[in-house]
Ligand binder design. Structure first.
Ligand code: SF4
Ligand code: SF4
Length: 431
């Protein structure tokens, strides 16, 4: 089965006007840059067992072979074998692997972006330990260099870079309306909190909840106008320069105010970007802790500084892939739910093998991916329904957005609750 036989009507966006040859050349240069020892070992190790297919919700929901994870990196693999691998000269001499062409790259956009939420389930399940999700992220670098990224993700990455305008008036209004103090630009603070503009626009309760909790704990905290945006669209777009720029703003703001901890809000990919990739981009270990808000809350509960009123309902927790499976913060939200006195009904599968909601990795932003997202979301809905829990809860605003869209589409009648907002609404006696 050749690459060209499996692709359908082209669905792709283009940036800029370079010729096909230039696009291919730029993609190849970026691919080759990423072919380090680890990527090479990953690509040589596949035994074609097919197990990663069943791990992927896009394959499970559609049964379409083109959504098999390892197939999604085929042009990347092809480039490796032809340009970099140990037998590259032989492949080239006998044309055993044809050169990747512009049409293939265009057709692969849907596989690398629309149908991959970077959830990491395939990497977890592969018996050869191949980090397929990591390879897909690297393959996105080549697509970004070639100017072949879904327009919505590209535009969001550029907006994030250009805007840089701290939403001071919006925050001040929110603080006044809700009667909550939101400190900004304190010169020194032990805790630097961050937020995303889209969270502030669509889920302001979440921003208020962060402030309420921090104030309740008497934390020495602040937002900073020189580094506040937690989401990182550069990472999702495969643009390393924009990814680095976004991460460095946060890192430098934390250093400037002497923060011991930088707390990320309920933002899944923002956690991966800073917690696991930040130090690499900074070039040395970060001189502060990076905590997802669920980790921060769990530490406060376990330290006896945060007590919560009991909700007395049943709940199920949707593990955001970037925080739980890829981030390892699996028990933290459960510690908090326990403190809220809920009867936790786990989904099956759950925790590290939980099914993705289908919107991560930028998929939720891509308009044309909506029908595919809905197919995946149907699996998620079923998982939640089977628990018969009263409250679905998560700790990622991106997941909540996907749930909102899917719930409206299927007239599900359920909505996804924020862990942080549940905490803010049920604060116990201050310690
Ligand atoms: S599970 Fe791993 S070894 Fe099996 S086909 Fe997928 S990538 Fe290859
Ligand atoms: S990372 Fe997730 S969505 Fe992407 S190919 Fe792997 S299992 Fe599928």
């Amino acid at each position: 089965m050749s690459a060209t036989e499996t692709v359908r009507a082209p669905v792709f966006d283009r940036q800029g006007e370079p010729t096909d040859d230039v696009r291919v050349e730029k993609a190849m240069q970026a691919f080759v840059k990423d072919f380090g020892l680890v990527a090479a070992l990953n690509m040589e190790a596949c035994v074609h067992c097919g197990m990663c297919a069943e791990a992927c919700h896009f394959f499970e929901a559609t049964g379409e072979p083109r959504y098999t994870p390892i197939w999604k990196i085929e042009p990347f693999k092809k480039a490796y074998k032809r340009e970099y691998g140990p037998f590259a000269p032989v492949y080239r001499m006998f044309n055993l692997k044809s050169k990747v062409n512009a049409r293939e790259l265009e057709n692969w956009q849907e596989l690398l972006f629309d149908s991959c939420s970077l959830c990491g389930r395939c990497s977890l399940i592969c018996p050869m330990g191949i980090d397929i999700e990591g390879l897909i992220q690297q393959a996105r670098h080549g697509m970004a260099a070639a100017g072949l990224v879904p327009q919505e993700i590209r535009a969001a990455a550029e907006r994030q870079s250009e805007a840089g305008m701290f939403p001071a008036a919006q925050l001040a209004r929110l603080a006044a309306e809700r009667g909550v103090a939101i400190p900004v630009d304190r010169e020194r603070a032990a805790v630097l909190c961050t937020l995303s503009q889209s969270e502030l626009d669509d889920y302001p309760d979440s921003v208020v909840a962060m402030a309420k909790v921090m104030n309740h704990l008497g934390a020495d905290w602040t937002y900073r106008s020189d580094g506040y945006e937690s989401s990182n669209y550069g990472m999702l777009a495969g643009d390393l320069a924009l990814q680095k720029e976004a991460s460095l703003k946060l890192i430098q703001a934390a250093i400037a105010c002497g923060a011991q901890s930088l707390v990320l809000p309920e933002c899944g990919h923002g956690y991966s970007a800073l917690r696991w990739m930040g130090a690499d981009l900074f070039g040395k270990p970060l001189p502060f802790h990076v905590l997802h808000i669920s980790e921060f809350l769990a530490a406060e509960v376990q330290g006896g500084r945060l007590t919560l009123n009991k909700i007395g309902k049943s709940a199920t927790f949707h593990d955001p892939c970037q925080v739980s499976r890829l981030g390892g913060a699996i028990e933290a939200p459960r510690v908090v739910l326990d403190a809220l006195g809920v009867e936790l009904r786990e989904m099956f599968p759950t925790k590290g093998t939980n099914w993705c909601c289908g919107g991560g990795g930028g998929v939720q932003d891509i308009g044309r991916a909506q029908p595919l997202r809905h197919k995946v979301f149907h699996m998620k809905m079923k998982q939640i329904d089977e628990t018969e829990a009263e409250l679905p809860v998560t700790s990622c605003t991106g997941c909540r957005r996907t749930f909102e869209e899917g719930s409206a589409h299927f007239k599900w009648g359920k909505s996804m609750n924020s862990l942080l907002e549940l905490v803010a609404d049920n604060l116990g006696e201050a310690a």
